[in-house]
Design a protein around this ligand. Structure first.
Ligand code: FAD
Length: 491
């Protein structure tokens, strides 16, 4: 008989990303015992590799820069961007609490908020980054959870939620190293397993309109949608699953044995994107998920070629640890990618490049010539799509490169449906006793807080916030504390 490793706790948490850690900290602060189970060998999920930027309203950093912001303005921006499917109650809840219950709360864990960035769709700057990005933010949360006596168990994939007499009684799983069964008795369970954008089958199930196109997996390796399946099996509802958020600037990772993952290519100043008809189709300076991605998805076929000449190539960065030495870009590995990837073509002339990528030579050359002319004329913007030319130059230095970009599924704005206490709801909109969910597994919070588009920073922030809410109410169900209360921004 194989060994069974048994645990007993008040709150069992599935996943150790931003939401799971926040749930654990909150549960411990309420006096409940809490254990986080993580299937990977390392803790932190997608949160630890993230940009660490959160949309926060009314911060000291904004005040220092003389930026006037308030929850009403942020809410208007949020709803305009996310469209009719925004969960307005959850959006309000997050926005109204982001200052105290995220910014200052995280400071209490040792997080330092260091700078801000303008992001598309916001009327003022409010994307706020933690020192050392997602690594800094999440490391402080891991330390905060452990420092409060929270337990973390790695290499443990949870494969079932135990259900008895109309309520959840624990979870079960497997130690992925030893194969030993894991059995957990718990008074409440928090599902914080992240999204499903590293599971192409689930992406295409949610977006059948994209079957037949090449779509790249682009979230953390643990974002396989396992929590969605666990919750479904005990009667929980999923909602807005088609709200998959894509980015446009990604080329296939040719080293991936499954040929499914994408590499995010950033920071190529001055490059342009050309479709398979040899034409530009977008202002490349607007590279966000609500502008560039719909533009790319509207092309036939749904891919494009990022065109780069030799000086521009020097700015290419790939957001993947293989292509970096810590904070530094590893240029040798970038050269290896340019030389070896079957999705990157090279030629000594623009006409030759067009032939390499199978695009009509006269159209392609004319597209490049029009763009070059705008650069040579010293225009502020090129006239076709309004791209600012400040960091641009003509394509004039061979060899030229064409990097093939496909839509990269990065974030999930739909998922497990919960109420405002993060209780998982069944098909009658009744809470399932003892079962809570938070973070990207719930489309960041509640099921669809962002609607169909997010303002950036509206993934990590709401994931952490909803994690806190879930942890507080799960602890209460386990007999500890009064549930999550928090402090409103203008309270
Ligand atoms: C490269 C990148 C950069 C990003 N940058 C930003 C940013 O700057 N700002 C922003 O707002 N958002 C950003 N995001 C999105 C943000 O990181 C996620 O939305 C956020 O981390 C979600 O938190 P989470 O805890 O719900 O999920 P995750 O952080 O993904 O954690 C889920 C954890 O659950 C584990 N897990 C899954 N299934 C099981 C199971 N069955 N058993 C045990 N463990 C399991 C996973 O291994 C993982 O560790 C970024 C995402 C990526 C991929």
């Amino acid at each position: 008989m194989a060994e069974v490793k048994r645990f007993e706790t008040d709150v069992a948490i599935i996943g150790s990303g931003g939401a799971g850690l926040a749930a654990g900290i909150e549960a411990r602060d309420a006096g409940a015992r809490a254990i986080a189970f993580e299937m990977a060998s390392e803790f932190g999920g997608a949160a630890i590799t993230s940009g660490g930027g959160c949309m926060i309203v009314g911060t000291p950093l904004q005040k220092e820069k003389g930026i006037e912001d308030n929850p009403d303005l942020a809410f208007d921006d949020w709803v305009k961007w996310g469209g009719p499917s925004v969960d307005k109650v959850w959006a309000r809840y997050y926005i109204e609490h982001s200052l105290h219950d995220l910014y200052h709360w995280a400071e209490g864990l040792g997080v330092k908020w260091v700078d801000m960035k303008t992001q598309e769709g916001n009327s003022v700057m409010r994307w706020t980054r933690a020192e050392r990005s997602g690594l800094g933010l999440t490391t402080h949360m891991i330390d905060g959870f452990r420092g409060r006596g929270g337990e973390m168990v790695a290499n443990t994939e949870i494969t079932g939620i135990k259900f008895d007499d109309q309520r959840v009684t624990g979870i079960e799983g497997i130690n992925t190293e030893t194969g030993a069964a894991v059995d957990v008795a718990a008074k409440a369970v928090v599902v914080s397993t992240g999204g499903f954008n590293s599971n192409l089958d689930m992406i295409l199930e949610a977006r059948p309109d994209l079957c037949g196109d090449k779509i790249l997996e682009g979230s953390g390796p643990g974002s396989t949608g396992s929590g969605h399946k666990l919750v479904r099996r005990v009667g929980g509802q999923l909602t807005h699953m088609d709200h998959v958020w894509f980015y446009a600037y990604s080329t296939p990772d040719y080293r991936d044995p499954n040929q499914r993952r994408g590499l995010v290519c950033r920071q190529i100043p001055g490059y342009i994107w050309v479709n398979q008809q040899g034409r530009r189709f977008h202002n490349e300076a607007l590279s966000g998920g609500n502008s560039a991605s719909p533009a790319l998805l509207a092309q036939t076929p749904r891919h494009c070629w990022a065109i780069v000449d030799t000086p521009m190539k020097a700015g290419l960065e790939v957001a993947d640890p293989y292509y970096r030495d810590g904070a530094k870009v590893n240029r040798e590995k970038i050269e290896e990618l340019l030389a070896d990837s079957p999705f990157i073509k090279k030629a000594d002339t623009l006409a030759g490049l067009a032939e390499e990528i199978g695009v009509a030579v006269p159209t392609f050359v004319a597209t490049l010539e029009r763009y070059n002319q705008a650069c040579r004329q010293g225009l502020e913007e090129e006239p076709e799509f309004g791209k600012p030319l400040k960091s641009s130059k003509p394509f004039d230095t061979p060899p030229y490169y064409a990097i093939q970009f496909f839509p990269l599924a990065r974030k999930n704005f739909g998922g497990i449906k919960t109420d405002l206490e993060c209780r998982v709801l069944d098909k009658h909109f009744e809470p399932i006793q003892g079962l809570y969910a938070a973070g990207e597994a719930c489309g960041m919070a509640g099921g669809h807080i962002n609607g169909s588009a997010g303002l950036e920073g509206t993934m990590l922030g709401p994931s952490i916030f909803s994690g806190r809410v879930a942890g507080g109410w799960a602890a209460r169900e386990a007999g500890h504390g009064d549930g999550f209360v928090g402090k409103a921004n203008r309270g």
